[in-house]
Design a protein around this ligand. Structure first.
Ligand SMILES: [Zn+2]
Length: 111
């Protein structure tokens, strides 16, 4: 995808999100309800389509996000699925981390 097309797509999507968000901020309740009836199924379909594109292969790797490097695959956690999980599924306010990265958020700067 060239840069101009990419910028056009990004601008269009951002404008649509701003438009819907603006309507929700101004509309009365019946209009909000009608907008929700229209937009929510469209966005649910869009999420399903996006998640299908990022479905895992037989080894659990995202076909879009995992890259082939000479002699091995670079396993990448799919950002689309991570974003979907973070935004569509309620999580506890604080997630308990374990393992070698558990202290990353607890480090303090020297000084
Ligand atoms: Zn992915």
């Amino acid at each position: 995808m060239d840069d101009n097309l990419n910028a056009t797509l990004h601008t269009g999507v951002k404008q649509q999100l701003d438009y819907v968000e603006g309507l929700l901020g101004k509309a009365d309740d019946p209009s909000k309800s009608k907008l929700a009836e229209t937009v929510i199924p469209q966005w649910a379909d869009a999420w399903r389509e996006l998640l299908a594109v990022h479905a895992s292969d037989e080894r659990g790797r995202c076909r879009e996000c995992s890259k082939w490097w000479p002699f091995r695959f670079r396993r990448s956690r799919c950002t689309v699925w991570r974003t979907a999980h973070r935004n569509l599924i309620s999580e506890p306010a604080e997630v308990t981390r374990t393992g070698r990265h558990s202290l990353l958020g607890q480090r303090q700067t020297a000084g």
